[in-house]
Design a protein around this ligand. Structure first.
Ligand code: SF4
Length: 151
């Protein structure tokens, strides 16, 4: 059995996920949403800003790379692009051009190491445990392998 096959064995029957827009993954303790140059350009263009202006207003440089900024609200750290509709549902104000790190949630390496890791993250991400859209194992692997480094 190859290492990849061993790694993926527990989700061979596929996984289900559908975002409920609770916003839990866009807030909480301080965190990082890393983005690369291409993603910076896409977000800046979407906001009709120069890239440097985009970085100055919405990002910070940490550990040698760029991450989206955060806004502290009621003791929690919201992604700088998190908005809420009237019902409290989370909305991303750069959704069409959001970074790959956001696009690939919850199919991140740390969630896919084991069923236990998946279930642990599902405690705060209701989209991971309430049925939702079915992702066959092959599709999960493709998303997993398209992940940037999320650590
Ligand atoms: S925590 Fe899960 S369900 Fe909630 S907004 Fe994020 S992806 Fe969607």
């Amino acid at each position: 059995m190859s290492r990849d096959t061993e790694r993926d064995e527990w989700f061979r029957d596929g996984l289900s996920f559908r975002c409920t827009q609770c916003g839990n993954c866009c807030t909480g303790p301080p965190g990082f949403v890393w983005f690369d140059e291409e993603e910076a350009q896409a977000m800046a263009a979407y906001l009709k800003l120069e890239v440097n202006e985009f970085r100055r207003r919405f990002a910070r440089f940490q550990f040698g790379r760029w991450t989206l900024g955060e806004i502290k609200r009621e003791g929690r750290y919201d992604c700088v692009f998190l908005r809420r509709d009237r019902d409290g549902k989370a909305l991303c104000s750069v959704y069409p051009v959001r970074p790959q790190q956001c696009r690939t949630w919850p199919f991140w390496p740390e969630n896919l190491r084991s069923r236990r890791d998946w279930d642990e993250s599902a405690k705060t991400c209701p989209g991971m445990k309430n049925g939702g859209d079915f992702y066959p194992a092959d599709q999960v692997r493709i998303i997993l392998d398209s992940n940037p480094d999320t650590l």
